[in-house]
Every structure is written in C-alpha cells, then in structure tokens.
Design a protein around this ligand. Structure first.
Ligand SMILES: CCCCCCCC(=O)SCCNC(=O)CCNC(=O)[C@H](O)C(C)(C)COP(=O)(O)OP(=O)(O)OC[C@H]1O[C@@H](n2cnc3c(N)ncnc32)[C@H](O)[C@@H]1OP(=O)(O)O
Length: 206
C-alpha cells in the first residue's frame, strides 16, 4: 500500500529561515557599522560576503515578499522596509493596534546614525510615515502618503527604548489625516508628525 505524505508548513519553514537570514544580516550591518578590526579581517570578511552574496543571487525574485495572510489569519508583509521580518532594512517594527491608534516599541541602533550620536531624521520620518499609515488603515481608510510634516523637537537617541504612537484624526472623502510621535518612555516627545493619506483613485475606480 502506498502512503501519501503531506508536508505541512514547508513554505512557512522556508520563510522562517529567510527571516532568520534577514536578522543575521541586520546584525551583520550593525557589525560593519561598528567594527574596528584590522585590514586583514576586513578583507577576509569581504571575500566571505562576496561568496554569500553570489549564492543568494543565484535565484532572485522580482519583488520582495508580498502582502499575504499568515497562518494565524493576520495580514503580513514580510518584504516591508519598516515592518518586514524578511527585509534586512526593517528594524523590524512590531506594531500593536489598540483602541484609538497604534503603538510600537522602538530601539534604534548605531546603524541609524545621522548627526553624531543621534538617529537620522529621515529614519524617524520613515517610522512615523509607516505608523501614521497604519493608524489610518486601522481606522478603515487605507491610503498612500500624500504629505508628511515632521517636527524634530529633540535629537532621537539610539540604544534606548522609545515608544512610537499614532492616531487617526479625521477623514474628508478620500483624504484621511493622522498624527503621531516618537517619545521617551516617560512620555517626552522627541519627534512629532502629521500626515495626509489619500486613497488612490485607482484603488476604488474613482
Ligand atoms: C497599511 C500600510 C501602511 C503603510 C504606510 C506607508 C505609506 C507610504 O510610504 S506610501 C508611499 C509614499 N507615497 C506615495 O508614493 C504616493 C504617491 N502619490 C500617488 O500615488 C498619488 O499622487 C496619490 C495616490 C497620493 C493621489 O492620487 P489620486 O488618487 O489620483 O488623487 P487625485 O485624484 O489627483 O487627488 C485627490 C485629492 O487629493 C489631493 N492630493 C493628491 N495628491 C496630494 C498630495 N501629495 N498632497 C496633498 N494633496 C494631494 C488632490 O489635490 C485632490 O484634492 P481635491 O479632491 O480636494 O481636489
């Protein structure tokens, strides 16, 4: 009698391996940003990475991992530059949706340095752009960023636990506004943003 074997979760297992590789790559980027080893070690690391790079590039997708439904039923986007577990560029940010808005704990790293000793303003803006967009989506009005206004109140430190929050504010037709901030755990606001998100006419056939 022949047996039929059904492998469950093969793709999930591969995606987990991809996320583990992305995490290792983040740690590699951190190491490259901070390493103080000598030239021989730098040259050896370069050669080793060249080999890894060639192996990974032997089979390439056209685009990063797409939006998809995860096994737990939630929507995920592993290729996203802010939240995607499979994207080495992502922190990745874990966003919690709760009554009245969204929230994420953030620890920036030396890799994110802009001015000496602080986080690059574009990195803060990127995090806030995404968080405001999630607040809009959580309110049922998904859209693309039309405008993002950022006020930098204090330098954002790296290596320190911070809190990022955002809330939907209002909607007029296809336009939805949200506001948010990155704060110290005691609530002191470091960076604040307001954003206009527009549901593209193409999405609704308008
Ligand atoms: C859940 C996931 C969260 C992810 C959050 C991440 C958010 C992002 O980073 S999105 C990427 C950055 N944003 C973009 O790439 C957007 C690029 N722009 C576009 O695609 C289009 O211009 C888009 C969608 C904004 C508007 O296009 P379209 O639907 O054709 O709008 P259109 O019909 O021209 O204009 C509609 C209204 O919006 C206004 N408007 C359009 N664009 C803008 C803008 N950039 N700023 C202000 N107002 C605008 C128009 O003036 C018009 O106003 P009114 O109705 O009062 O006359």
């Amino acid at each position: 009698m022949s047996r039929m074997s059904v492998e469950l979760g093969t793709e999930e297992s591969r995606l987990a391996a991809l996320c583990a590789l992305a995490q290792q790559t983040r740690e590699l980027m951190d190491a490259v940003a901070l390493t103080d080893v000598g030239e021989d070690d730098l040259t050896a690391a370069h050669a080793a990475l060249t080999a890894v790079n060639e192996r990974l590039r032997s089979v390439l997708r056209q685009t990063p991992q797409p939006f998809e439904i995860a096994p737990d039923g939630t929507l995920r986007h592993l290729g996203n530059a802010v939240t995607g577990g499979a994207n080495p560029h992502a922190l990745p940010l874990l966003i919690e949706v709760r009554d009245g808005g969204v929230r994420a704990e953030v620890v920036f790293r030396p890799l994110h340095e802009g001015p000496p000793g602080a986080v690059h303003g574009g990195i803060s803006a990127m995090i806030l752009d995404h968080l405001l967009g999630q607040a809009v989506a959580a309110a049922g009005s998904a859209g693309m960023t039309g405008t993002l206004t950022v006020r930098y109140r204090r330098p954002v430190p790296y290596g320190t636990p911070l809190v990022a929050t955002a809330e939907y504010t209002r909607t007029e037709g296809r336009k939805t506004w949200a506001e948010g901030r990155i704060s110290l755990p005691d609530g002191e606001s470091l960076v604040e943003a307001t954003g206009l998100f527009i549901t593209p006419s193409a999405w609704i056939g308008a």
